[in-house]
Design a protein around this ligand. Structure first.
Ligand code: PEP
Ligand code: MN
Length: 341
């Protein structure tokens, strides 16, 4: 027992040193990031990150595995970027969402570092602040590409950090959210999860700590009342900041129509009369046809939607998922310009 206590004392001493050194490292990393941004250099430097990991592996490879060093340092790098991003965002996500229209754009799925950086660059160039990108994809077929997982979310965060944007991503279970909480500015709950009341409560409870906004997408077979009540499951756990997102419903239209779902445009007005929650519209999933996206987006805004969530890609034909309903950032700019006039 004495031995255990003795070792614990050593651990406590080491922890004190470790956290002190970590705080110092964090401070220096932030200074470097600041200098890079003020000199208009790339904020991210994956080559340098690789070099750090390789150097430590060469030094400590006998004592600690490369996998462990890699995991530890990937976490350290992402914490540094997260805290930098927070300090340099002049608005919190909640404040930002007070601005109208709320424009959320990005690819269906984060495919690679290069893909999300390029899309983020183009979108930030047209004034978009909220960057969506799926890391955990709810696919109809279990063998289809499911997204890059935590790695995809890291790329999304890196891109958002570089272009001073906010991350919006779907999570499929509470562990994904717990592990990645700090990386996500706006939590997305997808259409397929809307009726998982236990999950909604877990998300509500976890996000009640800071009121992080939650976008709840309408289940494609849910009534309006079921949808609003699903949002209440989250809110009753202590987070009032739920945004309702309409994304099309399944009707008999789908028997022989080109539409992937039926755009529930009229529901915007009904929801606005029933609740105080912001209502946004997804013209991508609700139509499933790129050339229908802009007209339906206009219709949604005309019906009083507080914003849009639009799938965008620099080359929709190349997109790994849902390219048939993605538009180019330049096409989204047309809508943004119209709302400003
Ligand atoms: C999405 O927005 O990435 C998505 C999967 O949408 P939905 O949940 O509406 O199908
Ligand atoms: Mn999609």
């Amino acid at each position: 027992m004495d031995k255990i206590n003795e070792l614990r004392t050593k651990i406590d001493e080491l922890d004190t040193k470790l956290v002190k050194i970590f705080a110092e490292r964090l401070q220096i990393a932030k200074e470097i990031l600041s200098l890079k941004i003020s000199n208009q250099l790339n904020a991210d430097d994956f080559k340098r990150e690789r070099e750090i990991i390789e150097k430590l592996f060469n030094e400590f490879g006998d004592e600690i595995s490369k996998y462990t060093i890699e995991r530890l340092y990937k976490t350290i790098f992402s914490i540094s970027k997260e805290s930098f991003k927070k300090e340099h965002q002049n608005l919190t996500a909640i404040e930002l969402l007070k601005l109208r229209p709320i424009i959320i754009a990005g690819p269906c799925v984060v495919e690679s570092q290069e893909q999300i950086f390029r899309i983020a660059e183009e979108l930030s160039g047209i004034g978009v602040k909220l960057l969506r990108g799926g890391a955990f994809k709810p696919r109809t077929r279990p063998n289809s590409f499911q997204g890059l997982g935590d790695e995809g979310l890291d790329y999304l965060l890196d891109a958002a950090c570089k272009y001073q944007m906010y991350t919006v991503t779907e999570i499929l279970d509470i562990e994904q959210l717990e592990r990645n909480y700090e990386k996500i500015d706006i939590i997305q709950i997808g259409s397929r999860s809307m009726s998982s009341y236990g999950f909604l409560k877990q998300v509500g409870r976890l996000s009640a700590q800071d009121g992080k906004p939650v976008i709840l997408k309408r289940g494609f077979a849910a009534t309006i009342e079921e949808f609003v009540n699903a949002a209440e499951y989250i809110r009753q756990e202590g987070n009032p900041n739920v945004i309702l997102c309409l994304r099309g419903i399944r009707t008999f239209e789908q028997i022989d129509s080109k539409l992937r779902f039926t755009p529930d445009i009229g529901t915007i007005m009904d929801l606005k009369e029933r609740t105080d929650m912001p209502v946004i519209f997804d013209p991508s999933h609700s139509t499933g046809v790129s050339r229908y996206v802009i007209p339906i987006a206009r219709a949604a805004l005309a019906a009083g939607a507080d914003g849009l969530m639009v799938e965008t890609h620099y080359n929709p034909d190349e997109a790994l998922i849902d390219g048939f309903q993605a538009i180019f950032p330049r096409d989204l700019k047309v809508i943004i310009d119209e709302t400003l006039n």
